[in-house]
Design a protein around this ligand. Structure first.
Ligand SMILES: Nc1ncnc2c1ncn2[C@@H]1O[C@H](COP(=O)(O)OP(=O)(O)OP(=O)(O)O)[C@@H](O)[C@H]1O
Ligand SMILES: [Mg+2]
Length: 315
């Protein structure tokens, strides 16, 4: 689908004009590629860097990111550990019979969420469903950073590009990457800045395989053609799956009190790969936020030390 209507351009313009936060969109039209898992890790990374973060959940059917955040809030309450939390919003899909009315309602919901956080939050992280819709195209056209997680399979690759079955060379772009290209073009019409598109391979196997090599080569070729950056991938690890009920991530303190279980070597390796990924994103962390994070870390350190003579002293 091409993004060409004047109404859409106006909508992007209005949406862009009303915001000042850095907008991160996590998206891929393929389901189950790791969008919500990646989004939650980005949110927690930003919170830990002292940034004020709002989330917008466009997946109003599953609301997985919002549920992840609720689980985190509940776990913090239960354990008494002050886990950092974003401010969550959900935008409902229009459900009338009129496409125009639905689009108007979705735009209004989206704009309302963004207006609510524009002056108070440094970052807005938007998690999206695996569908194409007006709201999705609008979100893509607003992205300062677009993150696309991709499972290491040619079925998933197919939403980005078609492949020659004999030599695995890229023969053409597919629906989703064309939608992103149109959204980026739309954005450049409104302001002269390009979206930073970062693709990350997810659920990588521990062993190098021929399939993995072919996908890596295909992505490298496509990244030049479509102007995206490739991040080092996330491995397939059980730890990514078991964190959801407690609302935790591998960026949280990896101790038994926080996790509710003993950390394993897999937690630390996963932590390192997520830290590397966050660095790849090159997000504009502001100094104010870094100072907030440093002050909080200092407070944590000193609050664990015993009180003596009415003051905080070292052991
Ligand atoms: N690196 C990983 N290792 C193991 N499991 C993973 C990994 N990344 C994601 N998962 C699991 O894969 C499933 C899909 O992940 P997730 O829900 O983040 O994807 P999604 O793209 O948001 O899905 P949807 O399209 O349904 O919104 C979840 O069960 C998640 O726990
Ligand atoms: Mg999801």
């Amino acid at each position: 689908m091409r993004i060409e209507s004047q109404a859409f351009a106006n909508a992007v313009g209005r949406a862009r004009a009303i915001r000042s936060s850095h907008v991160i969109v996590v998206a891929n039209e393929k389901g189950g590629s790791g969008k919500t898992t990646s989004a939650m890790h980005v949110v927690v990374a930003l919170l830990k860097a002292g940034q004020k973060v709002a989330t917008i959940d466009l997946d109003s059917r599953q609301k997985s990111l919002t549920r992840y955040i609720t689980n985190r809030k509940n776990w913090a309450k239960k354990t008494g550990i002050p886990l950092e939390l974003p401010e969550p919003f959900v935008v409902d899909r229009g459900n009338t019979r009129s496409v125009d009315d639905n689009e108007a309602a979705e735009f209004a919901g989206f704009a309302a969420a963004i207006t609510a956080v524009e002056h108070t939050h440094d970052f807005v992280v938007i998690d999206t469903p695996a569908t194409d819709s007006y709201l999705m195209r609008l979100a893509h056209a607003m992205a300062d950073t677009l993150i696309t997680p991709l499972n290491d399979s040619f079925i998933d690759f197919d939403v980005l590009a078609s492949i020659d079955p004999e030599n695995f060379e890229v023969t053409g772009t597919s629906h989703y990457s064309e939608m992103v290209r149109d959204a980026r073009r739309q954005r450049r019409l409104v302001e002269d800045v390009d979206t930073d598109w970062v693709v990350i391979r997810n659920r990588l196997g521990q062993l190098e395989t021929r399939n993995g090599r072919n996908i890596a080569e295909g992505l490298a070729a496509l990244s030049r053609r479509m102007s995206f950056r490739l991040a080092d991938g996330f491995s397939e690890r059980v730890v990514y799956r078991e964190m959801f009920p407690r609302g935790l991530t591998v960026l949280d303190t990896l101790d038994e009190r926080t996790l509710g279980m003993k950390p394993t070597p897999s937690h630390y390796v996963a932590h390192d790969e997520v830290v590397k990924f966050i660095a790849t994103l090159r997000l504009p962390l502001d100094e104010r936020g870094k100072r907030r994070a440093a002050a909080r870390a200092e407070w944590f350190r000193s609050s664990r030390q015993p009180f003596r003579d009415g003051g905080l002293t070292a052991d």
